[in-house]
Design a protein around this ligand. Sequence first.
Ligand code: ZN
Length: 58
Amino acid sequence: MNCPSCLSATTKEQNKKTSLGYRTFRCSICQHTFNERSGTPFNFLEYPTDIVLLVVLW
Ligand SMILES: [Zn+2]
């Protein structure tokens, strides 16, 4: 997964997950940590993306 901060592809998956269960990554270049939802329009939501999509569908 590419770093949303410096766009580097040299990122490493971390052992811990976010409170919503998303995988977290650390960039080897800028040491920025982010999760797999960082940089998407859904990151500010406090609900999992699939739940939000279900609600929108309804
Ligand atoms: Zn970076």
